[in-house]
Design a protein around this ligand. Structure first.
Ligand SMILES: Nc1ncnc2c1ncn2[C@@H]1O[C@H](COP(=O)(O)OP(=O)(O)OP(=O)(O)O)[C@@H](O)[C@H]1O
Length: 369
């Protein structure tokens, strides 16, 4: 498969501050590639360098194998969809989409044909005469994308385009945007701080932290095999237990929890005794009142603090005995645990293979601030 975009060692410094630090990645043609990271990690700066709006301090950018590191923005085969969409309110839908083609000096008949084709492709045929203020948030979104696609970019850059929408519409547009990308087949490079957006829509996700990429992988790889504490915490819901490590005579590691309980550790990660670690266990990896326990099964006695009912995403909030920590345990959908109530003492357990341990790091996700 051809590489639509190749970025090598891209770096941007603002004075002494390094906003983007030697970032490298390739995006295959026709794929949905997301850059996911908390506010201020450098996503927009990276996107602006790719678009050509910022000059890089170091590094290279190539489109379809052609180096364009120093090419002017309007000569690059990219287009950028902004967070605020930047549609022209005084123009109708047709005029908005036609804008770029007119500037290119295309003939009216060609413009009309292309605009109508694009309106079909984004699922809004016949809406050319509508004013922008007559459109819903989701429709505006599609028009903003149509306005960029009409110029036939080989890569479409999207800067948090769902950011301005309310929660319900965001959910809907995630699915719409994914379908639209598959339908039009254009390579999308999408930036977001919302992990569920990135996970649901992307073929590949790069997780960005403080100017660098922590991990690049499929959503499944990031979820099941996070390569760092940051990724384990930023991608999907995870429980974090502060632990210290002990190695027994056979070289087997155990995680010692603050209430004195020890958990077996499996897995390939490098561990060092006596360092401070965090043990990560996904809510759905935890089994309530486990009956059949494998040889590598860990258990923990907990008290139920609250039932967090949310339909198919219902969970228990529990506190392990002898600690102030709170853990989240997914509730199976078979109503088997309908009888559980607050203050109940229960046991939760997980297979050691489903947990992962990383050295403790002292950063905070901005949601927690
Ligand atoms: N023109 C500039 N001059 C100096 N510092 C800047 C400039 N633009 C961005 N920065 C800094 O670079 C860092 C990365 O900013 P950037 O806007 O790329 O982050 P982001 O991940 O897109 O964040 P957000 O999701 O909040 O938009 C921030 O610390 C920001 O303050």
């Amino acid at each position: 498969m051809e590489i639509a975009l190749s970025v090598k060692g891209l770096t941007k410094k603002f004075g002494e501050f390094t906003a983007v630090d030697h970032v490298s990645f390739d995006v295959e043609e026709g794929k949905f590639f997301s850059i996911l990271g908390p506010s201020g990690c450098g996503k927009t700066t990276l996107l602006r360098m790719i678009a050509g709006f910022y000059r890089q301090t170091e590094g290279n950018i190539a489109f379809s194998g052609v180096d364009m590191t120093n090419t002017a923005p309007n000569k690059r085969p990219v287009n950028l969809v902004f967070q605020n969409l930047a549609l022209f309110p005084m123009m109708n839908v047709h005029e908005n989409i036609a804008f770029g083609l007119r500037r290119r000096g295309e003939k009216s008949a060609v413009i009309d044909k292309k605009v109508n084709e694009l309106l079909e492709r984004v699922g809004l045929p016949g809406s050319g005469k509508k004013q922008i203020n007559q459109l819903s948030g989701g429709q505006r979104q599609r028009i903003a994308i149509a306005r960029c696609l009409v110029l036939d970019p080989s890569v479409l850059l999207l800067d948090e385009p769902l950011g301005a929408l309310d929660a319900k519409l965001r959910e809907h547009m995630k699915v719409e945007l994914k379908k639209l990308q598959v339908q039009v087949g254009t390579t999308f490079v999408y930036i977001t701080h919302d992990q569920s957006e990135a996970m649901m829509m992307s073929d590949t996700v790069a997780v960005m932290n403080a100017g660098h990429f922590e991990q690049i992988g499929t959503p499944q790889e990031l979820y099941h095999n996070p390569s760092s504490s940051f990724v384990a915490q930023f991608v999907g819901n995870n429980n974090k237990l502060p632990v210290s490590l002990r190695k027994d005579g056979d070289g087997q590691y155990f995680a010692r929890y603050e209430n004195g309980k020890e958990f077996l550790l499996l897995g390939k990660q490098e561990l060092q005794e006596k360092e401070a670690y965090d043990l990560f266990i996904r809510p759905e990896a935890m089994i309530i009142n486990p009956k059949e326990k494998t040889a590598s099964f860990n258990t923990l006695d907990v008290e139920v603090k609250a039932i967090l009912f949310d339909g198919g995403n219902s969970r228990l909030l529990v506190t392990p005995q002898g600690t102030d920590n709170e853990l989240v345990v997914a509730l199976p959908q078979n109503r088997q645990f309908d009888n559980i109530k607050a203050k109940d003492k229960i046991q939760v357990g997980w297979d050691a293979a489903t947990s992962i341990c990383y050295k403790r790091e002292n950063w905070k996700l901005y949601d927690e601030e």
